[in-house]
Design a protein around this ligand. Structure first.
Ligand code: ZN
Length: 239
């Protein structure tokens, strides 16, 4: 019985070593993912701004096209009015068509001024789009390189995590199922810490005093003793 308990404690300590590393590495890798996610979000935000600029450009283009089309229509109207003007019979008709031509010419002048303004605006937006596009590509390359670098650095940690997971699994198989369940339950309660040493009658997990009688039992190592405060399985190293 004593030997089994001592063996169990040794196994549990090894299991805890793996568990501690697993918890640590998972935190590290989670941070890596978060960092990568942040970079992606930054790129996406910039991409959205670029899209918005492109939309502004396409609406500016369509405004210019509409004005150009209207000018064309007015040109046709002027031609028609001029034709009618050549075939008039009365002075009244003549005055009417002349006025028609005049009105259309005035409208055309106004539209041409408007068009120049919009063409100017369009050109400005076009420059902004080109500039944003250039910046976007630079940022994209930079972020991709950064993410690759982060990923490269985390490869070792990922491999290490796999190793510890395998080790944990291996050790777990040598343990009694009930004991393994107990370990997992306590580990969950204490952020991955289920087995801890006691030093000078203090549990090194929760730093509370362990009652003297219990401390003696832990020192003997004949049975698995849990800390009354944090439930961690306690062990004693003779130093
Ligand atoms: Zn404790």
């Amino acid at each position: 019985m004593n030997d089994i308990s001592k063996q169990n404690i040794e196994t549990l300590v090894k299991l805890q070593e793996a568990e501690t590393e697993i918890v640590r590495l998972k935190v590290v890798l989670k941070k890596v993912e978060k960092k990568k996610g942040k970079l992606s979000a930054r790129l996406k935000q910039f991409g959205n701004a670029l899209e918005e600029n492109k939309e502004n450009l396409s609406s500016a283009i369509s405004v210019c096209r509409d004005i150009e089309r209207e000018i064309q229509m007015i040109d046709e109207r002027i031609i028609k009015s001029n034709e009618k003007l050549r075939m008039v019979k009365t002075n009244k008709e003549y005055q009417l068509f002349l006025r028609e031509v005049d009105d259309n010419k005035k409208r055309k002048d106004a539209l041409e001024t408007e068009l120049l303004e919009f063409l100017d605006e369009k050109e400005k937006i076009q420059e902004i789009v080109l500039e944003t596009e250039k910046e976007y590509h630079l940022l994209r390359d930079q972020i991709k390189a950064e993410q690759k670098e982060i990923e490269k650095k985390s490869i070792d940690d990922r491999e290490l995590l796999d190793e510890y997971l395998a080790r944990q699994n291996e050790i777990g198989q040598t343990l009694d199922v009930a004991l393994m369940n107990r370990f997992e339950k306590i580990s969950k309660m204490n952020n991955g810490s289920a087995v801890i040493n006691v030093k000078n009658e203090v549990c090194m997990g929760c730093f509370m005093n362990v009652p003297p009688q219990l401390y003696i039992e832990v020192q003997r190592g004949n049975s698995l003793i849990s800390c009354p405060q944090c439930s961690r399985i306690l062990y004693y190293i003779d130093t």
